[in-house]
Design a protein around this ligand. Structure first.
Ligand SMILES: Nc1ncnc2c1ncn2[C@@H]1O[C@H](COP(=O)(O)OP(=O)(O)OP(=O)(O)O)[C@@H](O)[C@H]1O
Ligand SMILES: [Mg+2]
Length: 252
């Protein structure tokens, strides 16, 4: 669909305006790769290392103690942004616990950043229970396919059932050719949605992907970057933030 690519491009843009915490909340995701950084720690791995530490027995480590330790351990710092990766649940176990760490990160650590961007799959699991913080902007990404539109619809419906505040919901259509727009609009409308932004298919992006290069090395003059910049402007508007406000708050 383009969730990870769009997240990476948004993170790259917002990191020029303020501090950013990037959360990769999809176990199969590759947000660090898209951002061009290598991450050693994941919540899954930190959990394993704490549980397996020789001085502690599995029984002695309560879930609460682990959670407190993990919150300090899992954030990796890079010059432009900080990154947290959920990673895999060892032994193919349930993800509830890793999701709960993500929720606590949002509750307790996101406050220290100007922006928190979460790349997540359609289940929204880490948002599915009450957290103390809401979400300012939720973006559902679709391609010009029936399945994509139905998934976006499900994400929006699911987000309404969550017991957290969501400010704005946006639908972004990715890899859309101009010739398809009107048919796409019609199908989307029939499903009760409206597209808020269109991102073009970008050959250079496809090439980066082919050679395993980070999405953020896309040239600044690409039409895709211009379209993502417009999405970021909407995000800032919906959050009621201006660039100058952020630079002032960072100077103080
Ligand atoms: N606008 C675009 N133009 C060209 N290629 C794109 C564009 N958007 C995404 N891609 C490519 O499509 C592929 C899938 O994109 P991406 O990984 O961002 O999707 P995703 O929704 O995160 O997928 P997943 O569900 O697997 O996590 C990647 O190879 C990416 O480089
Ligand atoms: Mg992805």
């Amino acid at each position: 669909m383009g969730k990870t690519s769009l997240s990476a491009l948004i993170i790259n843009k917002l990191s020029k305006i303020g501090s950013v915490l990037a959360i990769d909340a999809d176990p199969d995701s590759n947000l660090p790769q898209a951002l061009g950084v290598t991450v050693q720690k994941t919540i899954g791995r930190v959990r394993e290392s704490i549980i397996n530490a020789p001085a502690r027995s599995k029984a002695a480590m309560s879930k609460e103690t682990f959670a407190t330790l993990a919150l300090h351990e899992v954030i990796e710092e890079f010059p432009k942004f900080d990154v947290v990766v959920m990673g895999h649940s060892e032994g193919g176990g349930c993800y509830c616990f890793l999701n709960s760490i993500i929720r606590q990160l949002i509750d307790f650590r996101a406050n220290s950043y100007d922006f928190t961007v979460i790349d997540c799959h359609a289940g929204l699991e880490h948002l599915s229970r009450r957290t103390t913080k809401g979400v300012d902007v939720l973006i559902a990404v679709t391609e010009a396919t029936k399945n994509g539109i139905l998934t976006a619809k499900r994400v929006i419906e699911l987000s309404k059932e969550l017991s957290i505040d969501i400010g704005t919901t946006m639908v972004v259509a990715n890899k859309v050719s101009p010739a398809l727009r009107s048919s796409l609009d019609r199908t989307v409308e029939e499903n009760g949605l409206t597209i808020d932004a269109y991102l073009p298919f970008d050959e250079d992006m496809a090439r980066l992907s082919l050679f395993g290069k980070p999405v953020v090395s896309l040239s600044g003059d690409s039409p895709l970057i211009a379209a993502v910049d417009r999405v970021c402007e909407r995000i800032l508007e919906d959050c009621g933030i201006t660039g100058s406000e952020l630079s002032m708050s960072r100077i103080q």
